[in-house]
Structure formats: C-alpha cells, structure tokens
Design a protein around this ligand. Structure first.
Ligand SMILES: C[S@@+](CC[C@H](N)C(=O)[O-])C[C@H]1O[C@@H](n2cnc3c(N)ncnc32)[C@H](O)[C@@H]1O
Length: 253
C-alpha cells in the first residue's frame, strides 16, 4: 500500500466569502492496497465518475484503505479530535444547510445531521459514499444526509446555496496543483450564500518531510475493523520522494 504526502504549497484565496481555517499539525496518510474480498458490491463501490477521475486512487472501489478508513480515522485520532464540534459551531453561526466536500464515510456529516441539520455530502469516491449511505440508513438519518458523487473541482448543485461549506480532514490538499485548487475554490464559492463561510482543514506542508531519510509524519496506525472486530494495523515500510513536484509517497503494509 502507499501513502502519499502532498507537501506542495496550497494557494488559498478569499473569494468574497469568509474562510475559517482549522490547521492540523501533521500531514495526512492515505493508502492503497490490493483489495481482499469484501462484502461490498463492486458495481456500487467501483469508482465511477464519468470523465474526470478522482484525484487519488486510494479511495476507489474495494481497496483496503476504503474498508479500513473508519477503523483508523475515527474521532479519537489526535489530528481530527473535536473537529465535528468545531463545524457544528460554525453551522449554528451560519444557519441553514451545510455542504461537506470530501464527505467520505460520513464521519463529520453524520454528527451534524444528528443534531437536526440538513447536510449535503459530496465525494468523488462511490465506495466512500456507499459506506456513508449505509451508516446513515442504519441510524435512520438518510432523509437529512444528501449524498452526491462529484468532483470538488467541477461540481454543480443547481439551486443550492449553502451558509457553510466545510472541507474537513485535509481533503482539499489532495489537489496537487494550483489549477485544481483554484477550480475547487471557485466551485465552493459558487455554492456559498453571500456572507457564507468556507472552512478548510489544512496541514502545514513541512518541507523537511522531503529530506532524504526523513521519517514519515505517520509511522504506524491502528484501529478496529467495524465488521469483523479485528485489529487493523498499518506500518510504514519505505518512501519515494519527488523533489520537483514536492510530493512524498510512503509505502505501507
Ligand atoms: C481524508 S478523507 C475525509 C473524509 C471525511 N470528510 C472525514 O473527515 O473523515 C478525504 C475524502 O476526499 C475525497 N476526495 C478526494 N479527491 C476528491 C475530489 N477531487 N472531489 C471530491 N472528493 C474527493 C476522498 O474520496 C475522501 O473520501
């Protein structure tokens, strides 16, 4: 499996909306592995955007990263602990419906709808959305969580303007170049009400992670699989660094 750390500098623009920044302290980890047999239907879970593909393959289909996402990335993880409360506070201040971009398996969105909010959750991965939909159905929250398969660089939700657009857990930083970043920011802006709030969770892209032989921001991760109850553990094995693109890729098992 591989973990990609994007170290490139992010262009952050204020497009006439307020921007709330929540800064994480370390870079994020994402991984790809050969998928084991899972109970997910590949026709539902396969990746799937016509034309533009999701910018990162590790959220596709039945990869182990998708399957183990909730085991590892739960609310106890220090880099995201308490973030749903932060977004809830913003939602109360902005009023109305919330758009979560990169909603994933619904970790944040479900906590917001649980308080009575209407949330639209957008993601480029059908696999992650399928898990979010399943969790919403289990909790009888499907009516409040509206899931959309779309790319953050080019989405269009006609007639929808939100008081709050959130992009939790560094999802914006999967975009590797200024063109993609600006396209996404323009899409966010188009969907904000006048005076609405855009909240991006970003990590500080520390160039020291590009030094040869430097340790990865994360060396080991673990959790418990929600279906089997088994312990899930990921260990970093090696890295590959592209100094020109300022991208670090870590390989995990
Ligand atoms: C780190 S996860 C965050 C999930 C969730 N918001 C959370 O906090 O647990 C990043 C999500 O961004 C999604 N993503 C990646 N590239 C995207 C794109 N271009 N457009 C929309 N979503 C994208 C991935 O599929 C993944 O679900």
């Amino acid at each position: 499996m591989s973990i990609l750390y994007v170290i490139n500098r992010i262009i952050t623009c204020c497009l006439g909306a307020r921007i709330a920044l929540s800064l994480g302290t370390t870079t994020t980890a994402t991984m790809v592995v050969k998928p084991p047999a899972t109970r997910y239907d590949p026709n539902i879970m396969g990746s799937t955007l016509p034309g533009k593909q999701p910018s990162q393959p590790f959220y596709e289909g039945t990869t182990l990263h998708v399957r183990s996402y909730d085991s590892i990335n739960n609310d106890d993880r220090p880099v995201i602990r308490g973030d749903a409360r932060f977004y809830l506070d913003l939602a109360r201040r902005s009023g109305g419906e919330v758009l979560e971009v990169g909603v994933g398996t619904g970790r944040v969105a479900l906590q917001l709808v649980d308080t009575g909010l209407q949330v639209t959750g957008l993601d480029a991965s059908a696999a992650m959305l399928a898990i979010a939909a399943e969790k919403a159905a289990t909790r009888s929250l499907s009516d409040q969580l509206h899931l959309k398969l779309a790319d953050m660089r080019s989405f269009d939700l006609p007639e929808h303007r939100f008081g709050l657009v959130i992009v939790p857990f560094r999802a914006f930083q999967v975009l590797l170049n200024p063109e993609d970043q600006l396209a996404a920011l323009t899409s966010f802006h188009r969907h904000l009400k006048p005076g609405g709030i855009l909240s991006l969770h970003l990590f500080d892209p520390d160039l020291r992670f590009l030094l040869p032989g430097s340790k990865g921001p994360v060396e080991r991760q673990d959790g418990v699989d929600r279906q089997t109850g088994r312990r899930v553990e990921g260990v970093r094995e090696r890295d590959q660094i592209d100094h020109v693109m300022q991208v670090r890729r870590d390989f995990w098992r």
